[in-house]
Design a protein around this ligand. Structure first.
Ligand SMILES: Cc1cc2nc3c(=O)[nH]c(=O)nc-3n(C[C@H](O)[C@H](O)[C@H](O)COP(=O)(O)OP(=O)(O)OC[C@H]3O[C@@H](n4cnc5c(N)ncnc54)[C@H](O)[C@@H]3O)c2cc1C
Length: 533
């Protein structure tokens, strides 16, 4: 058991050795009593006009932990949690392998844990494997048709496959470390284990996903691409099979890891008697600045320093009680065409591992709650998103170009006539439009003052030439597939375990992966493995 000392602040150009020394000083132990000392997490704090490095340090001090904790403990000194290890404990015999629907982060990690423990899961993914998905996405970006089964939302790797690959999360769960260790073991760069804000990048993430797929197969799992689950067969409130176009697959238990854009599947679930509820989400725009301008605003005179990464920001405000915030910031990244349905425009953002593109982009979104679309229908949030996505499509002439406007013009409420110094990166091309025509009035009324407020916090954020591209609508799931807190099963159907972002229980790659692991553990707690591994 080790001790974690966090919040160690040092000047930018200091060496790691100094952090280790400061940690030992903090808990008053001599170098001789320490078996090992290592940097556990590191980050850069660029707030308040100063740049500091912030470390947490892991100290292995056998026999001294209790004394150190009682004498020097505080919020910055704590015992390091034991590493997470999933282990089967169930005794029931499965009559058929567990099924996993969807191969995004939640389905991938549910599949990995189940296969490594001898459960031979059958994974059904509606989209293709990554190589073929890449071709469809590239063709769409280049002006070709949208493939509704193979796009930025759907296919091997799920919604996170074309992303910045940020692995930050607000959840605190020992499974996060397990996820990082697996990602590293499958080829993610080693710094994800130590950076407080780890990120992988689209270019590296794809090989990581392929490597995990291979391991699942090696352990006896099965992955069937082009296999959309179209029906859930239920008898007396118990799942007994799922149906694709080609086959009926018997199962006692299925993990539902379908993501936030699985609109037809949400409807099928409702028709099968599964309880869905409306839930809050957010909509808004993607803002682009030149990365060097963000670096200058965040780092001041240190901008361009070789020890500093491309700067990131996260900003929040409230407008008449409504939360507005930046989200999914992609340093040195590009805006992507993220539609998954025909006749719609959706934007999002991604970066390569080096984050070395000209522009920084980030979502700027306004919270939307069920009160904003009064209706009893659980799908009312989806209808709200769809209306915005289709309006944007029509406004730009129906060719998947995205509406775009300079911040200055948007704030003044004037029709745009020009681009500025920030070149748009949305790959299908953009059309200058009045963005207030894309959204309901309350969204525009909250976006405008938020941009101005963010400019006070980050100089230049709302500069005349900053670029807005819209609409960002797929921020999180507009529905919750209600589940039992203990068993994780649907309240209305036993054997069916909703998890991840689509079920409304995760927000982002890391928390979806963790929720997938929890779904796997739930199956392992009830059933014994199919084979021994
Ligand atoms: C462009 C982009 C960038 C992003 N960047 C980041 C980031 O940097 N960091 C971060 O934390 N998050 C990011 N996100 C969000 C993140 O990708 C999601 O939170 C995460 O992927 C959710 O994981 P999931 O497994 O729950 O669902 P998903 O990843 O959405 O996976 C669901 C899968 O289920 C499949 N599916 C759906 N219905 C069916 C069916 N009926 N039968 C079979 N298969 C089905 C889909 O094809 C899909 O592959 C980004 C999202 C996008 C779109």
């Amino acid at each position: 058991m080790s001790i974690l000392v966090s919040g160690i602040r040092l000047p930018l150009e200091s060496e790691e050795e100094e952090a280790l020394k400061k940690a030992m000083d903090r808990v008053s132990v001599s170098k001789d009593s320490v078996l090992s000392a290592s940097v556990y997490r590191r980050s850069v704090d660029a707030r308040h006009g100063k740049i500091t490095k912030v470390y947490s340090v892991l100290l292995d001090i056998p026999g001294l932990e209790d004394a150190v904790l009682s004498e020097t403990g505080g919020t910055d000194v704590r015992r390091k949690a034991e590493p997470f290890r999933a282990a089967p404990t169930g005794t029931k015999t499965l009559s058929a392998p567990p099924v996993i629907v969807g191969f995004g982060p939640a389905g991938i990690f549910a599949g990995l844990v189940l296969s490594k423990n001898g459960y031979r899961p059958v994974i059904l993914e509606k989209g293709p494997e990554l190589k073929s998905r890449d071709r469809s996405v590239a063709a769409f970006f280049d002006g070709g048709p949208l493939d509704e089964d193979a796009n930025v939302q759907f296919g091997e790797g799920g919604a996170g496959a074309y992303s910045d690959g940020k692995l930050t999360t607000r959840i605190s769960d020992e499974r996060c470390e397990y996820v990082l260790a697996e990602l590293f073991g499958h080829g993610a760069p080693p710094e994800i284990l130590r950076n407080a804000k780890p990120h992988i990048g689209t270019d590296l993430l794809k090989n990581v996903i392929k490597s995990i797929r291979q391991e699942i197969l090696t352990f006896g799992g099965e992955i069937r691409f082009h296999s959309e689950v179209r029906d859930f067969l239920i008898n007396r409130s118990k799942l007994f099979a799922v149906k694709t176009d080609d086959e009926t697959i018997p199962c006692e238990t299925a993990v539902l890891a379908i993501g936030h854009s699985a609109r037809p599947t949400f409807v099928r679930l409702m028709n099968a008697g599964v309880l869905l509820m409306q839930k809050s989400f957010a909509v808004g725009v993607r803002i682009e600045h030149r990365q060097e301008a963000v670096d200058r605003a965040m780092y001041g005179k240190y901008a361009g320093h070789p020890m500093l990464p491309p700067a990131e920001y996260a900003l929040t405000s409230r407008q008449n009680g409504r939360p507005c915030y930046t989200f999914c910031m992609c340093p040195g990244g590009s805006v992507v065409a993220a539609a998954s349905e025909g006749d719609s425009v959706v934007v999002n953002g991604m970066s390569m591992h080096k984050r070395n593109g000209e522009n920084a982009n980030s979502a700027v979104v306004v919270a939307v709650s069920p009160e904003d679309f009064p209706s009893e229908d659980p799908m009312a949030g989806v209808a709200f998103q769809r209306e915005i996505e289709r309006t944007a499509f029509k406004l730009c002439g129906g060719d998947y170009k995205a509406p775009c406007q300079l911040v200055g013009d948007f704030l003044r409420g004037v029709a745009p006539i020009r681009f500025g110094s920030v070149a748009p990166t949305y790959p299908r091309g953009v059309t200058l439009c009045d963005l207030s025509a894309v959204f309901p009035g309350f969204v525009v009324d909250a976006l405008r003052p938020s941009l101005i407020e963010f400019d006070h916090k980050l100089k230049g954020f709302a500069s005349e030439d900053s670029l807005l591209t819209a609409p960002e609508t797929r921020t999180s799931s507009p529905v919750r597939i209600v589940r039992q807190p203990e068993t994780l099963e649907c309240v209305s159907v036993s054997g069916l375990i909703p998890c991840g972002e689509g079920a409304g229980y995760a927000g982002g790659i890391m928390s979806a992966a963790v929720d997938g692991i929890r779904a796997a553990e739930r199956i392992m707690a009830e059933y014994k493995p199919i084979i021994s591994v």
